[in-house]
Design a protein. Structure first.
Length: 273
């Protein structure tokens, strides 16, 4: 009888053990690992890259969306399956039905990380006055965070190339210093940019073709002209990619970089602290 009970105990206990260990595994895999990146799967990495070969990590970042050009960038990113970061202006999300739809598409895209670019873009580009009011600056960034439900604290100051990470502290225009320090104190991690991909002021085309840009990026890495060796933050604005030639250049840039084994494209939340 005792032996029979023992066998039944084993038979009944074994599935429970499997269920229990499954529950433990599930609790380890979610949701904390995904929270950091707006509930997106942080494991989407290009498996072609071997950590030993990577010498250059490039962070592609796009500012001022959602707006004109945002969908062209998103579609390119989705086609290329590349990790990029968008800095969102809170007010733009609520400006029109189309922008709300664009925001929803960005949120649903597993390759896109979303970060904070303030609510009003420095009181509609009123940079000097804005940065002299640290409390209002904090309120503006918190408003975006709360209204869009950001789960990370990465932010970029409009019109200012300001850095406040654990190890990088830079302020391009000194009268913004107090506001930048206050934002950091309030918990925001400020990441500016190492290089900007701009528009030619005399045309609607990018000032540098993808081929020339890759050479420029190589040179910045090799001459240690980035804030942190081996890491480069590239800034571009969504709106410049409303032009289909420019969108094609973006695709060409990503393709060229993907073919270079020493390059890795990543989300800004992977920027070394
Ligand atoms: Zn901006």
């Amino acid at each position: 009888m005792k032996a029979v009970i023992t066998i039944w105990q084993v038979v009944l206990t074994f599935p429970l053990l499997i269920l229990f260990s499954g529950a433990i595994l599930m609790s380890c895999n979610s949701p904390s690992g995904t929270d950091k990146k707006n509930n997106k799967d942080s494991t989407i990495k290009d498996s072609k890259f071997s950590p030993n070969e990577v010498k250059k990590t490039l962070f592609l970042t796009f500012d001022d969306g959602p707006g004109i050009g945002t969908n062209n960038v998103r579609q390119t990113v989705e086609y290329e399956k590349t990790l990029v970061t968008f800095f969102i202006i809170g007010k733009h999300v609520f400006s029109s039905r189309k922008q709300r739809q664009t925001w929803a598409a960005l949120k649903a895209d597993p390759y896109i990380e979303l970060c904070n670019h303030g609510y009003t873009h420095a009181w509609h580009n009123n940079f000097n006055k804005f940065y002299l009011c640290p409390d209002s600056v904090i309120t503006d960034f918190k408003r975006t965070k709360d209204s869009l439900g950001f789960t990370n604290n990465i932010a970029r100051t409009p019109g200012r190339n300001i850095w406040r990470t654990g190890t990088v502290r830079k302020t391009d225009i000194q009268n913004s210093m107090v506001a930048a320090d206050s934002l950091q104190k309030a918990g925001f991690i400020l990441i500016g940019w190492d290089f900007e991909w701009t528009l030619n002021p005399k045309s609607s085309y990018v000032s540098t073709t993808a081929d020339t840009l890759v050479k420029k990026l190589d040179s910045l890495f090799e001459n240690n002209k980035t804030r942190k060796a081996g890491n480069l933050v590239l800034l571009a604005h969504d709106r410049i990619f409303k032009n289909s030639y420019n969108a094609l250049q973006l695709r060409r840039l990503i393709e060229k970089l993907k073919n270079r084994k020493e390059y890795r494209l990543s989300w800004l939340s992977d920027y070394p602290n």
